[in-house]
Write a protein that binds this ligand. Structure first.
Ligand code: HSE
Length: 313
């Protein structure tokens, strides 16, 4: 079928899950980016509208994640027409909620349908990576769950490296995002360049326990594994104000585990019920409100679908 205009949605994601630095991520229900794409005869990609970004995103297609990933797909299929993109940002930038991944994915998923769906969804990963690499680096731990939904192991940057993992039941999430931008490149520069063999053994053991706990649906073991990171989160905590207080408040409210969403500053808590998730979101929000810092918070769960086409005409 031939379409002239396609609208798509791509969900927020959180990467790492504590110990799973750059190799694990999950999709979040609720928030995300939306885009409408149409062909134009001129070969360029232009943005006829970008909203929700407070004017912060580059309008230059060479510098914008959504356009760069769409360009990679257009070039791959030899399409000579250009694109008009309307991008509706539903995610705060540099927040640890996978904003750049959602922009990369939403334009590519919409364009794939506009092209008559030459690729299955997971096959779109390489094009999305081109866009994501612009701002976050060449890793797919936000992109893969954004494309596919669920909890995903991303042991590399190829399609073959993506492995969906089981979603335990019950599994609820509480999130807080203080209004303090933490650019991914700054949060990566602060990381240690080398770790000892002993630390490496500890860290791989913790990742293995995390995967095992997901398979067994053991939330207590999952929580212990998630929080067993000795490399990344300890180095990044200083970038996030009130980090320890918000973490402690979440635990006091009953969260099974708390981890930094991606590069932060979002804190994500895993909870055993919707009621606990709601209380945990409230407790973390109160920490920032008491410090007179603005933040957004929510109780949510895992999005199982990933990016979707909303409308095609
Ligand atoms: N895994 C990445 C990081 C996610 O933590 O730096 C952010 O893009």
């Amino acid at each position: 079928m031939v379409f002239s205009r396609v609208e798509a949605f791509a969900p927020a994601t959180v990467a790492n899950l504590g110990v799973g630095f750059d190799i694990m991520g999950l999709a979040l229900q609720g928030m995300g980016d939306r885009a409408i794409v149409e062909f134009q005869d001129a070969p360029e990609i232009i943005f006829s509208e970008i909203c929700g970004d407070e004017g912060k995103l580059p309008r230059d297609p060479a510098l914008n994640v959504a356009a760069v990933s769409a360009r990679a797909l257009l070039d791959h299929v030899g399409e000579r027409r250009g694109l008009k993109i309307r991008l509706f940002k539903g995610l705060p930038l540099a927040s640890g909620l996978g904003s750049s991944a959602a922009s990369a994915v939403v334009s590519v998923v919409a364009l794939n349908r506009l092209l008559g769906e030459p690729f299955a969804t997971d096959q779109l990963l390489p094009f999305c990576l081109e866009g994501e690499a612009l701002v976050s680096g060449y890793h797919a731990d936000n992109l893969a769950p954004c494309l596919l939904g669920g909890i995903v192991l991303v042991a590399g940057t190829t399609v073959e490296a993506i492995q969906p993992l089981p979603i335990p039941e019950p599994f609820h999430l509480a999130l807080v995002t203080p209004d303090v931008p933490v650019p991914t490149d700054s949060a990566r520069k602060i990381l240690p360049r080398h770790v000892t063999l002993q630390t490496m053994i500890h860290q791989t053991g913790a990742v293995a326990k995390l995967v095992d706990a997901l398979h067994r649906g053991d939330l207590a073991a999952l929580g212990a594994a998630v929080e067993n990171d000795r490399v990344v989160e300890p180095a990044r905590a200083c970038l996030m104000p009130r980090h320890n207080e918000a973490r402690a408040a979440a635990k006091q409210a009953g969260a099974a585990a708390v981890f930094i969403g991606g590069a932060g500053p979002t804190l994500c808590a895993i909870c055993e019920s919707a009621v606990t998730a709601s209380a945990t979101a409230g407790a973390m929000r109160a920490v920032y409100q008491n410090a007179e810092m603005s933040c957004i918070s929510q109780a949510t769960s895992v999005d199982r679908c990933g990016a979707v086409v909303l409308k095609a005409d």
